[in-house]
Design a protein around this ligand. Structure first.
Ligand code: PEP
Ligand code: MN
Length: 353
């Protein structure tokens, strides 16, 4: 159910409707839009009797949302969601594309700083790096844990980059939430419902990756878990799905970008690194992702990929990242989008003097 408020409804009227919904035993999700506020109702088992709400002052109409996902849907919020960060001009879902770049894993302070310096210099506003790694083999490098998070926090202070890093379970989520600006939930965890609910109770943006075999509806329902707990800042990420094709690690399904954008107000970005698994395919697929209308990219970059502790094969060199940024800048302009120019953070400027 969705309560659509009148264009000029006052804050008190919105509050009164929310209180009424909660009094009835449901959860109210006020969602301000460009022209009006809508209030999503969750927690009801079946259709609600709209009568009492319809009669309240400031209410335009009460409508049933027939789709299984509600809060992620454009029925509830027509305008695109733009996720911003205080003290940074990086964002997801606005005119500027959100570009996240960095190594697959944080391996050492030196490795992370070398790469961060280069991606910041190319114009990225977000730095990625795993401190907790979901690895196929239990014998593979599992990440530096909190030490990795601390290195990332130093990178934020030194370069002004916002930090994107993965929580792999309920335990790591608490620690990751202390350090990260964006909490990554990986493909293998897309349907870890207890993790999704826990992330939904945080007030920090979550980047949710599509599961390797998830349909569009399953993907949106996973995001719905997070929003239903009150966290409305979710960035969706297409990272490739399993198919019979074996020329790439996964098959990057770029068609999901316009499909998501039609149904949902949430930003959607593309991961051409895991999406292809091959360094030589990252640039072409990055160009294609921007051309198809993605709201950003997440790209693995490593200065010495042959020695990387994870995903070296798909990590591009810093010089290639420079090229990638210059190419997507030109493509974005055709779509009236923008890729930001490098920003020299005061601390980085001091260090380079
Ligand atoms: C990653 O980003 O390094 C990662 C493990 O991603 P995914 O969950 O898409 O495999
Ligand atoms: Mn990786």
């Amino acid at each position: 159910m969705l309560v659509v408020m009148k264009a000029h409804a006052s804050e008190e009227q919105v509050r009164a409707v929310c209180e009424k919904i909660e009094l009835l035993g449901y959860r109210a999700h006020p969602i301000p839009g460009a022209s009006r506020t809508a209030i999503g109702i969750t927690g009801n088992k079946g259709a609600l009797e709209p009568g009492t709400l319809e009669e309240m002052s400031g209410v335009q109409e009460v409508i049933a949302v027939t789709k299984p996902y509600k809060l992620v849907s454009r029925d509830v919020k027509e305008d695109d969601t733009c996720i911003r960060f205080s003290g940074s001009d990086g964002s997801f879902g606005g005119v500027d594309l959100g570009v996240i770049a960095g190594p697959c894993s944080i391996e050492s302070r030196e490795q992370a700083f070398t790469i961060a310096e280069r991606v910041a210099r190319a114009g990225a506003r977000f730095f990625r790096g795993g401190a907790y790694k979901p690895r196929t083999s239990p014998y593979a490098f599992q990440g530096l844990g909190e030490e990795g998070l601390k290195i990332m926090a130093e990178i934020r202070d030194s370069f002004g980059l916002r930090i994107v890093t993965e929580a792999i379970d309920n335990e790591s989520l608490e620690l990751v939430a202390e350090y990260a600006d964006v909490i990554q939930i990986g493909a293998r965890n897309m349907q870890n419902f207890s993790l999704l609910k826990k992330a939904g109770r945080l007030r920090k943006p979550v980047m949710l990756k599509r599961g390797m075999a998830a349909t569009l509806e399953e993907f949106l329902m996973a995001a719905e878990y997070i929003l239903s707990e009150g966290n409305y800042e979710v960035i969706l990420c297409e990272r490739g799905v399993r198919t019979f094709a074996d020329h790439t690690r996964n098959t990057l399904d770029l068609s999901i970008v316009p499909a998501v954008q039609r149904l949902s107000h949430l930003p959607i970005i593309v991961d051409p690194s895991h999406g292809t698994g091959k360094r030589n395919k990252v640039l072409p697929l990055s160009r294609a992702a921007v051309a198809v209308g993605a709201d950003g990219l997440i790209v693995e970059v490593h200065h010495d990929p042959d020695r990387a502790l994870s995903d070296g094969m798909q990590s591009i060199f810093p010089d290639q990242f420079d090229e990638l940024m210059s190419e997507i800048r030109q493509i974005a302009a055709i779509l009236k989008r923008n890729v930001q120019e490098p920003f020299l953070h005061p601390a980085a400027a001091r260090a380079s003097r």
